[in-house]
Design a protein around this ligand. Structure first.
Ligand code: AMP
Length: 282
């Protein structure tokens, strides 16, 4: 397994792979890997000749006051895990190589997909994500890039960017991987105190309650959101950022569920902001 630390080395290596006719799968991550990330890696391993995992805590997708400095990092452990998954290369660049002095070009997707949900509490976040992923796509030239349904909005933004700008690659969605008790896996779960960790289960429980209500025939978005709110508010440590239900394909507003809908939550426990979601179809 190669570990590339410069843009130039990574780009050269990818060019050689492309010229040899090998298909490339890219898994963009911020590291501190868990089973959620590994689901993406395993999917890529099945579909592609070459698997590249990028590990880069991207400074431009963090706002002021967010957790860029504290974000957990462990490249040694991550490398060991990825070696066992038979990954071909890790790309772990320095921020100063990705954003050298004078860097001043950004890629931004507009519309509902970047104006709702996380965009409201994290202004500039998606512009940082689309810019870094554009760079990663140009450097690694993947045939496929793998993104988790855990970050459902990010997935929609990526699909739209690739479609709108004709990037020659396929965005492959991978389902959410959860802890045995239902909490969606996240590198940020390590921030939770034992009591916060216990109460954080309410995210998944509220989504399951919503699914039951929908199965029983309820379609009204306001009623379903009300049930989720009551459920989450039963946890004293939970502070709701948003509970929303939108059209699953473009995040447009809906009053009733008819077709595919995305139920998306963001809830803070202490300083830790957790997100979770459920795709429903009626
Ligand atoms: P991150 O390192 O948090 O930026 O995540 C890198 C990729 O892994 C993103 O595409 C995430 O959506 C995906 N991912 C993170 N956690 C999970 C999870 N629990 N299940 C599935 N995919 C995940």
């Amino acid at each position: 397994m190669e570990i590339m630390k410069t843009v130039e080395d990574m780009q050269q290596w990818c060019l050689i792979q492309k010229r040899a006719g090998r298909s490339i799968g890219l898994v963009p991550t911020m590291g501190y890997l868990h089973e959620g990330h590994l689901a993406l890696v395993r999917q890529a391993r099945q579909n592609c000749d070459i698997v590249i995992v990028s590990i880069f805590v991207n400074p431009i997708q963090f706002g002021t006051g967010e957790d860029f400095d504290e974000y957990p990092r462990d490249l040694t452990r991550d490398s060991e895990v990825l070696r066992q998954e038979r990954v071909d290369a890790i790309f772990a660049p320095l921020a100063s190589d990705m954003y050298p002095r004078g860097f001043n070009t950004y890629v931004e997707v507009f519309g509902d997909v970047t104006e709702k949900l996380c965009a409201r509490s994290r202004p500039g976040h998606f512009k940082g994500v689309t810019t870094v992923c554009s760079k990663l796509f140009h450097i690694c030239q993947p045939d496929r890039a793998y993104f988790g349904q855990k970050d459902a909005q990010q997935l929609l933004v990526m699909q739209k960017m690739v479609r709108d700008l004709n990037f020659p690659l396929e965005i492959v969605p991978v389902p959410i991987v959860r802890e045995p008790d239902g909490l969606a896996m996240s590198s940020r779960n390590v921030y939770l105190s034992p009591e916060e960790r216990r109460q954080a289960l309410v995210l998944y429980q509220s989504l399951q309650e919503a699914q039951k209500l929908i199965n029983s025939g309820e379609r009204k978005v306001e009623t379903i959101k009300g049930l989720i709110r009551d459920c989450i508010e039963s946890s004293p440590l939970a502070r709701i950022d948003y509970i929303e239900i939108y059209d699953a394909d473009d995040l447009s507003d809906i009053e009733e569920i008819d077709g595919r809908a995305l139920i998306a939550l963001a809830v803070k426990f202490g300083n830790t902001r957790l997100i979770d979601n459920l795709l429903v179809e009626v």
